[in-house]
Design a binder for this molecule. Sequence first.
Ligand code: EPU
Length: 415
Amino acid sequence: MRPAGELSGSVTLQGAKNSALKLMAATLLAEGEHVLRNVPRITDVEIMSELLTSMGVDVRRAPDGALLLTQPGLGACIPEAPYELVERMRASIVVLGPLLARFGRARVALPGGDNFGSRPIDMHLRGLEALGATFDFAHGVIEARADLLMGAHIVLDFPSVGATENLLMAAVLAKGTTIIDNAAREPEIADLAAFLNQMGATVEGAGTSTVTVEGVDRLGAAEHEVIPDRIEAATYLAAVGVAGGEIIIAGARPDHMDMLIHKLGSMGLRVAEVSEGVWANRAGRRLTAVDVATLPYPGVATDYKPLLVAMLSVAEGVGVVTENVFASSRYAYVAELQRMGADITLAEHHAVVRGVAHLSGAPVKAPDIRAGAALVVAGLVAEGETVVSGAHHLDRGYEDMAAKLVGVGADVRRV
Ligand code: EPU
């Protein structure tokens, strides 16, 4: 990519990756044909489709684009998640809760580390144990069993997104009442609960810290539309933040991005709700630096952080960025931004970003999805040409990012 001046026009959001993957897993809870609309065409969805197919589920796209997932009867489904697929996508662990709830057993390969460090699943397992599951570990595989799941009061040590989702999907078919305290509050949790309720579950409080589930005996197939991807929205907000101009992000839900919009406002990016979604405009010469700390929702998401670091790299002043969600600090992309001339000092989970007037284009490498997006954003204003390798990371989470950026006037090409 090369700088191409200010952005203008409109970009339409895809469905949220981090919701779609969990909704797909949730279909394991009931026999029949489920219909999910607005599921993005991205690699992670393909991996989840492969995983479900390997279990005996029929997954295909309808002519209108909806994803149809047909769950066979109990006898025809194999409740196993093999290593080859779990290793390609750690989020595969969210099949554990629904498999235990519907089949009373599951074999799931243990996820390993990834480019931003090991991500433990102790909270998932402790919560499922409280519901009555037992686990054996051998040869890198979790053997899970639960003759009967029983409702329980679970307090999470930390509002983990994945643990909240796994427990929610196990609790809907457990006997009695489950209360999940210190639950994650991300919009994707409320989306999952809405789908589960559509299937016949009784979930209350999703989106708050206390989620209450009244177990039911059985669930049925359902239809649901995935919420828009707020991280993708943030990517285009960052793009207009660095390049300037005025764009509409169609489908964006500003109520899912309150804290981010507030931060961006302090940096000089004007963001407002419009009937199509969100309007954003940077009229000033450069963004202004601010300090940012990531936190569980409704705080600034850790997935926005690389985008914010890219914006701060070319802002006026100094911003201190603090990672509070992941123990490993997720700053692998900083060395790449430094190659482009960014002035960033790292100290444990902090990054001190001193804005520079100009970045310079360079070959850089995307270490993961969000970091890759941040490098693309930086490339939009780096003098000369920037080549981001490792673009397969982008495909895991973004449906045709290059084309969408071209649509708002950027000079980006996928090679
Ligand atoms: N954690 C534990 N034990 C657990 C579970 C989590 O210690 O049993 C820790 C993690 O190590 C981490 C923190 O708790 O330090 C938060 O992890 P969480 O479980 O909330 O994250 P996740 O469910 O694994 C999802 C998203 C991530 C996003 C995080 C945080 C999906 C598929 N992934 O991961 O998104 O960064 O929540 O918001 O929903 C991405 O989209 O690129 C991505 C990585």
